[in-house]
Design a protein around this ligand. Sequence first.
Ligand code: PEP
Ligand code: MG
Length: 581
Amino acid sequence: MTIALHGSGISRGIAVGAAHIVQRNALDVLEYAVAQADVEPEVERLSAAVEEAKQGLRDLRGRIPANTPADIAAFLDTHLLMLEDPTLTDEPKRLLRERRCNAEWALKMQRDAIVSAFDLINDAYLRARRDDVDHVINRILRILLNHAPAKHESGEGSLEGLILVADDLTPADALLMQQHGIVGFVTECGGPTSHTAIIARSLGLPGVVGVPHARQYLLDGESLVLDGDEGVVLGDADARILTYYRARRDERQKRVSRLAKLKRAPAVTADGVPIELLANVELQTDFDLARAAGARGVGLYRTEFLYMNRLDVPSEAEHFALYKRLIEAFRQQPVTIRTLDLGADKQSGASLSARAHAANPALGMRAVRLGLKEPELSLPQLRAIVRASALGNVRLMIPMLSHVDEVVQMRGLIQGIQAEYAAQGISHDPNMPIGGMLEVPAAVAFADGFARTLDFLSIGTNDLIQYAVAIDRVNEEVSYLYDPLNPGVVRLIDMAIRHANAAACPIAMCGEMAGDPRYTRLLLGLGLRCFSVHPSLLLEVKQTITESQIAPLRKIVGRALRTAEIGRFRELMASLMARPV
Ligand code: PEP
Ligand code: MG
C-alpha cells in the first residue's frame, strides 16, 4: 500500500527510484572511566581519530570534479576548519585528562556543551550551524567506534538511480551522492537552511528533509517517489503513481531544456516593451547560476552571510575580496551590493544589539538602523564598497529605510569615506549610485520623497508584506496571512511604482514576489520594468514576460486597483495568473 510522508522540500524537482536506506545513527556511546595509566593512550586514540577524520575529508575534497560549484568545496573546508578548532578537539582532551573519561564520552560531553550553547539562540540559520558541529563530531565518533562506512561513503557497489534515505546527511554525503549517481534523498533531520540543503540545491538534487521516522516507514529497495516541490515522499508507490510521476519528471526536464533556449533571448514583452532582468545572489554558486541563466546584472547581493557564524566584525579587506569576486563575475554589468541587513531573522554573533533578544525583533534594531547605531559594524563594509566602486558598475543599496533622515546619515558616512579616499588618492567612483529598499509601508507612502534623495529604489516585498499585513514573517501561526495578493499590498506596490515613475527614479523589485512567475503579469500591469530574482527562477519569469502584452494587462490591473469588491478583485487576479493576456 502506498504511504505518503511529509517534510520540507529543499530543492525542486521530482525523483523516482528505489529506496536505499542508510542505517547509521546508532552511535551508542559507552561512558566509562579509564585508569590513570591509560589516559595518555586514550588521548592518543582521540588524536588519531581526529587525524583520520581530517584525512577522509581531504581525500573527498581532492576528488571533487572540476565542474562542481566553487562553494561546495568551501563547505568541506568549513568542516575541516572545525576539525582544527581547539574548542572541538583540544577541549575533549582536557576533559579526558581531567575526568579520566573515555574518548567517546569526552567528545560527547563537548558536543553537548556546544550544542546547548546553539540551542539558546532563537535563530533558524544559526541552529542549522549546530548541525555542522554534530556532523563533524559524529565523523570522529564513528571512527572511534569502528563503524563501517555506509555504502555511498565506501563507494562499494552501484547506487545509480537510487534515492537515499538517512537520518541526516552531511555536505560531504551530498557530494558523494552526486558522484554515485543517486537521484534524490530523504532525511529525518535537517532543515531548509542547512549546508546540506544548500549543496543539494546547487547540485540540482531533489530532496525532502525533516521526515520523522522515514527509515521506519520506508523499506530498502521499494519504489519511492520524491517530490521536492511539495516536500512529499511516497513509499511503495504502485504502477499508476509511478507512471504519473515519471511523466511529471520527464515533462519538467523538457520544460527545463525549453527554458534553457531562452538564456540568450532578450527579456522583451510580446508587444516590444524591454524589461530588465537581474539576479538576487548570495553565494558564489549563485554567481555561476545567474550568469548561466543570462542575468543582466545583480539587483540584490545579500551580504549578511559574511557576518554570521562569527563573533568578530568582518574587516574591510574581507568585504573587498568578496565584492571584487562579484564584480569580476559580472564584468561591466551592474552589481547592487546591499549594506548589512542584520537583525530579526538574520542574526549575527558580531553585533551585540542584533544578538539582544528584543520582544519584537522585526520591529527593532535591524538593517540600516543597526548599521547607523554601530558604525564599527557598517564602516568596514561601506569603505570596501566605495573602494570596489573603482572596479566596475557598483551600486550601493540600503535596506529597510523608514525615514529619509536615514538616507542623509548614510550618505554622510559614504561621502566622508569618499573624501578620505580622494585625499589619499585611492581610486573609487565618486558618482556610485546609492539606492534604497522600500520595505516599510511608511517609506512606500513617501516613495517620492525617497526618490529625491536616492538614485534608485527596490521594493522588498518579503518585508513589505510582513509590515503591511502586520505579521511576523517567521511565525508559522500567522503565515496564512502572508499573501502578495492581499489587495492592500497590491495597492502599496502600485503606489511605490507610481511615486518612483513620477519622480523619474528607476524602481525594481527584489522580494520573492518578483521571482514567482504567477505574479509576473500582475507586476507588468502595475508598471514594473525591472525584476531582480533568484537565478533558478529567472528563465521562467523571462518566459512569462515574452508571452505577455502590456496594454491588456494594464487594463485588468487598473480595474483591480479600483474595485473595493473582494470577489471581483480575486477574479481579476485569477485571470492574470491563469494565462498570458
Ligand atoms: C525583502 O524583504 O523583500 C528582501 C529582498 O530582503 P530580505 O528577504 O533579505 O529581507
Ligand atoms: Mg528585507
